[in-house]
Design a protein around this ligand. Structure first.
Ligand code: ADP
Ligand code: MG
Length: 602
């Protein structure tokens, strides 16, 4: 099996990595640099420039040079370069091709497969475009992974910590990705993700550039593109200088004139107040989504080039007081993490045992009739909620909405809006139903979604037995060929997690056996444990299941010691009483998912 490379295809910079000798390594490009700017420029004779050479041409040849096209991945936007139109995936393919060649030169062997990371909130169409970019560059891309998963993995490998809850904060050049990651034993689970794909270091550059122009009686937008580039570049330099010093001097020269301006960290904070507010929003959202208090975080992991900004670090420390921070190698973390994935995919011995669970970064659902305000269109009825652990499978029951309805159409949508019209339409399927009064006929709808972007929608009409299936691969409908059929079968197996299931079943039977022997309060507490454990198993969360099983086993060990083998106990009844009281109050908690008792048991 050939070598697999890992690629962090960034908005601003891209990196490539590989796995060898039990570690992930970065591969330098032809200039000896790890970072290749994600910039493409086309020369007079059709020569393609990529990376640093293209970035340099932003100033001399702005009309033939493009950057930040990752933001347009999966959209119809095209870019004109010397009279020819290019889509974002075609431009990305040029970057990938350069990275592939650099990797081949460095590794001295051909490379045919890559794993590419994307922002967690990329929708299926953007993921599909990324895969296509790989294909255009001559790379097979079986696996697309979320950037925060990669960052968490790299962090956990560099600094393994038992049962760590990490908040991964990734501020790059054009995107912000915030995610909550739970790491326990060999399981890394993403609990929640959020972000903003229109927020990054280049926004700070623009704010500084505009400030510079205002102070020098210029209007940034009114300057020639090449001149704007000069000022933006000076702004970026000043911004980077401010990461290491209280003040920086911004200089720009063109048209035989020179301008300069001294800027301080204080100024930077003042002029970019709106950006700071946008930074706070996704942080609050993930904490809220995962129902986690900042005090429960093990650490904040800062990645992405803009995480080096002193003012951003200070702001985060203000937002998340008393939490420990790690700013380790922010530029390289994601690429190193993707390299670890490459190792996993190569089935490398060193990392074989690592289990990685991922989550669905968006909600998937169908439309249901909106009688409240039909003008707004159907309501979104979510089947797989955002942040569900993958693979996920959920069934919904839908009923006819008028008397003698003949057909039911199930639309498939992706997104968070209340109305399907504002979400992404993926496709639809229609089934016939026998005539009956309104609400009397039903359609069972099952959505199954896996880590590779495979979505299977199954319809079942119980009264007629009719069944239909629709398959999407990265958001696009697909006829199921033999390969895909195999994948779907695999997925069906995965959903019930056979191996872990067996282990959990064993724990459950032990608990049931013990339950039969216990009496009084101890029996009641065990019953609560069993109920919680069963509920968590149904939720599909691997880390929660593991914690709940540990808690259950600890309690069973103790019960066996205290009640079944009384002679072995050396007293210490007080400890047990307080522990016991804690358990009871945790049981009162309405929301078992957030069951506080788990934490202090281990
Ligand atoms: P992306 O993920 O978008 O490709 P990166 O993680 O490579 O981006 O980050 C690029 C951004 O980081 C740019 O806006 C760059 O100006 C900024 N950056 C890089 N180094 C520093 C630094 N030392 N201080 C502040 N900003 C920096
Ligand atoms: Mg990045």
């Amino acid at each position: 099996m050939g070598r697999i490379i890992g690629i962090d295809l960034g908005t601003t910079n891209s990196l490539v990595s590989y796995w060898e000798d039990g570690a992930s390594h970065l591969i330098p490009n032809r200039f000896g640099e790890f970072l290749t700017p994600s910039v493409v420029s086309i020369g007079k004779n059709g020569t393609v420039y990529v990376g640093a050479a293209a970035k340099q041409r932003m100033i001399t040849q702005p009309e033939n040079t493009v950057s930040v096209f990752k933001r347009a991945m999966g959209t119809d936007r095209t870019y004109n370069l010397r009279g020819k139109w290019y889509r974002a995936e075609e431009l990305s393919a040029l970057i990938l091709k350069a990275l592939k060649e650099d990797a081949e030169a460095y590794l001295k062997e051909p490379v045919e497969e890559a794993i590419i990371s994307v922002p967690a909130y990329f929708n299926d169409i953007a993921r599909k475009a990324t895969r296509k970019a790989g294909q255009l560059a001559g790379l097979r891309v079986d696996r697309i992974i979320n950037e925060p998963s990669a960052a968490a993995l790299a962090c956990q490998q560099a600094n393994p910590q038992q049962d760590a809850k990490l908040l991964v904060f990734d501020l790059g050049g054009g995107t912000l990705d915030v995610s909550l990651v739970d790491c326990m034993d060999n399981v890394i689970e993403i609990l929640a993700v959020s972000g903003n794909n229109h927020l990054g270091g280049s926004d700070f550059d623009r704010v500084l550039a505009e400030h510079f122009c205002v102070k020098n009686q210029m209007v940034l937008g009114a300057l020639k593109p090449g001149q704007q580039e000069i000022i933006l570049k000076a702004a970026e330099k000043a911004k980077i200088d401010l990461s290491y010093a209280e003040e920086a001097t911004m200089r720009a020269a063109f048209d035989n004139q020179e301008w300069s301006l001294v800027v301080s960290r204080q100024t930077l904070i003042q002029i970019s107040a709106p950006l700071f507010k946008k930074i706070a929003a996704p942080i609050k959202r993930v904490l809220n989504d995962a129902q986690i208090q900042p005090s429960e975080l093990t650490r904040v992991v800062m990645v992405g080039g803009s995480s080096k900004m002193f003012v951003v670090q200070q702001y985060l420390k203000f937002l998340l007081k008393n939490v420990s921070f790690a700013v380790a190698d922010p530029d390289h973390m994601i690429a190193l993490g993707v390299g670890i994935f490459a190792g996993i995919k190569e089935r490398n011995e060193d990392v074989r045992d690592l289990i990685l669970t991922d989550i669905c970064p968006f909600s998937l659902g169908t439309g249901v009739i909106n009688r409240d305000d039909p003008s707004k269109g159907d309501y979104m009825s979510t089947l797989i909620p955002r942040n569900s652990s993958l693979p996920a499978s959920h069934i919904g029951k839908y009923s006819t909405s008028v008397d003698n309805q003949k057909k039911v159409t199930i639309g498939v949508y992706q997104g968070e809006d209340l109305y399907v019209n504002n979400n992404l339409y993926l496709g639809e399927m229609t089934v016939s139903v026998p005539p009956a009064p309104e609400g009397k006929e039903h359609v069972m709808v099952r959505f199954t979604y896996d880590i590779n972007g495979l979505l299977v929608v199954d319809l079942h009409v119980p009264s007629t037995g009719e069944k239909k299936q629709l398959v999407f691969v990265n958001g696009v409908t697909q006829e199921a060929d033999d390969d895909l059929k195999k994948q779907i079968q695999e997925l069906e197996k995965l959903v019930i997690a056979p191996k872990e299931d067996q282990n959990n079943q064993m724990i459950l039977s032990r608990a049931e056996g013990l339950y039969a022997q216990l009496t009084g309060d101890a029996k009641k507490v065990l019953e609560g444990h069993i109920r919680t454990f069963t509920k968590i198993l149904a939720s599909g969360s691997k880390t929660k299941a593991m914690k709940a099983s540990k808690a259950l086993m600890t309690y069973m060990d103790l019960c066996e010691q205290l009640y079944l083998q009384k002679e072995e106990v050396n007293g210490d009844l007080d400890d047990f009483q307080s522990w016991f009281a804690g358990l009871n109050s945790a049981e009162d908690d309405e929301d078992m998912e957030d069951w506080g008792g788990i934490g202090f048991l281990s």
